[in-house]
Design a protein around this ligand. Structure first.
Ligand code: MD6
Ligand code: FE
Length: 205
């Protein structure tokens, strides 16, 4: 039991998943998937990425950061779809919307090393993730690297909330179970992570 970690299996039903996958295909036409590389080494990630929202998370040789425009097209990221903002409103228990929605696309064999989501200013907001397509083996540990970890399967339509003590937990994707879902015609997995980046500005003086 990890405090602040909430898993909602099949939070989205099949037709909502299909609609969302369709919306993401359109978004990826405007903001093409790119292969990020690790800071310094330039080693490519095994996932491809794009973003939605006012701010997008990027990684390149100079580091990790949030930026308002696509690194290749120079265009603003497409808006976060209303259905996605609706998931945030229903699970995040946070008064402001996310500015960033990172879209990670996994083909068979892609993985994500253990990391903390720590590039945000506001850790009071949870990180909310939505999974589509093939099931992933998600690994989560504590707030220090090298401690005990456990795994959790994330299937199509599942929502995961990492808030409270889990907000800064190390986590990653061990592997994708190829062929476990029929949602995406070419197989694979899409993960959306919604994040509040900046502390909301108070409307009071
Ligand atoms: C993934 N997810 O599921 C990668 N981060 O493909 C994440 O890195 C993640 O699922 C923060 C909170 C929830 C997540
Ligand atoms: Fe993460």
């Amino acid at each position: 039991m990890i405090q602040g970690l909430k898993h909602f299996p099949e939070f989205l039903g099949r037709s909502q998943q299909e609609e969302l996958a369709d919306t993401l295909r359109q978004a990826a036409a405007a903001a093409p998937l790119f292969t990020p590389v690790m800071p310094r080494t330039g080693r490519p990630f095994s996932v491809r990425m794009t973003n939605l929202g006012q701010l997008g998370w990027v990684s390149d040789r100079s580091g990790y950061r949030y930026q308002p425009r696509h690194p290749d097209t120079g265009q603003p990221w497409p808006p976060i779809p209303e259905a996605v903002l609706d998931v945030w409103r229903r699970v995040a228990a946070y008064p402001a919307p996310p500015e960033a929605c990172l879209v990670n696309v996994y083909r068979e064999g892609a993985r994500m090393g253990l990391h903390q989501d720590a590039d945000e200013e506001d850790f009071a907001a949870p990180v909310v993730s939505i999974s589509l397509g093939d099931t992933a083996v998600f690994r989560i540990g504590g707030q220090v690297r090298g401690g005990p970890t456990r795994t959790l399967k994330l299937s199509s339509g599942d929502v995961l909330v990492m808030g409270g003590a889990a907000r800064l937990s190390y986590h990653g994707i061990d592997r994708i179970l190829a062929g476990s879902s029929t949602l995406l015609k070419k197989g694979g997995r899409i993960n959306l992570t919604l994040r509040r980046v900046m502390r909301p500005t108070s409307i009071h003086p």
